[in-house]
Design a protein around this ligand. Structure first.
Ligand code: HEC
Length: 172
């Protein structure tokens, strides 16, 4: 009987660990493929890329850039439509006018949140990704691409006001 209880405890701990790993999973092959489909969908509607829609930038803070442009829209990825928030991060030390005159030169990274149906309830189905200016993924210190539910993005955005994981507004 003791043995059964012991085994049950070990199994329970293992399942809890698996559930936790699932919650913060990112950079899997599936997530990397999906993140590239997401980028392509954004490029098709000019939210990223050479023909990117530009807005007047605003002063930013860490961890996002020195100057920022945030754009909200709806896009369709692999046949599924959802809200998307794209944030372009410019820097390292530039004026608003420099960014406005030459956005592509100062673009350091693009961080994206896409409401992906049935993706991850723990994240309210937000699919996160961080792309560098050449459209490749930025990576964690261990080399894992920051796409899916990166621990850093999820942990910090969970604290956003309104309980929707979004800082800029509370409408999601
Ligand atoms: C330490 C906290 C922190 C981390 C880590 C973080 N963010 Fe943010 N993020 C913010 C804050 C604060 C804002 C709102 C202010 C601003 O515009 O920068 C924001 C804004 C955003 C927005 C615009 C929507 C919103 O929530 O207002 C996106 C998209 C975004 N972050 C994506 C990401 C991605 C992707 C990652 C991980 C690669 C990430 N963030 C990591 C704090 C963080």
């Amino acid at each position: 009987m003791k043995k059964i209880i012991g085994i049950s405890i070990v199994m329970f701990a293992f399942i809890a660990l698996l559930a936790r790993a699932q919650m913060t999973s990112f950079g899997s092959p599936e997530e990397q493929r999906y993140g590239m489909d997401l980028w392509q969908a954004l490029e098709e509607v000019n939210l990223v890329g050479d023909k990117q829609i530009m807005a007047w930038p605003y002063e930013g803070n860490a961890p996002h850039g020195d100057k920022l442009v945030s754009l909200e829209s709806e896009i369709t990825v692999n046949g599924q439509t959802g809200s998307v928030i794209v944030k372009h991060n410019y820097g390292p030390d530039v004026s608003l006018k420099q960014v406005s005159n030459n956005p592509q030169q100062y673009l350091m990274a693009t961080t994206v949140m896409f409401k992906r149906e049935a993706y991850n309830a723990d994240n309210q189905n937000w699919f996160f990704a961080k792309y560098l200016s050449d459209a490749t993924y930025d990576v964690a210190p261990n080399g894992t691409p920051l796409v899916g539910s990166p621990t850093g993005c999820v942990t910090c955005h969970t604290a956003a006001p309104g309980g929707d994981m979004v800082f800029l507004n509370d409408k999601y």
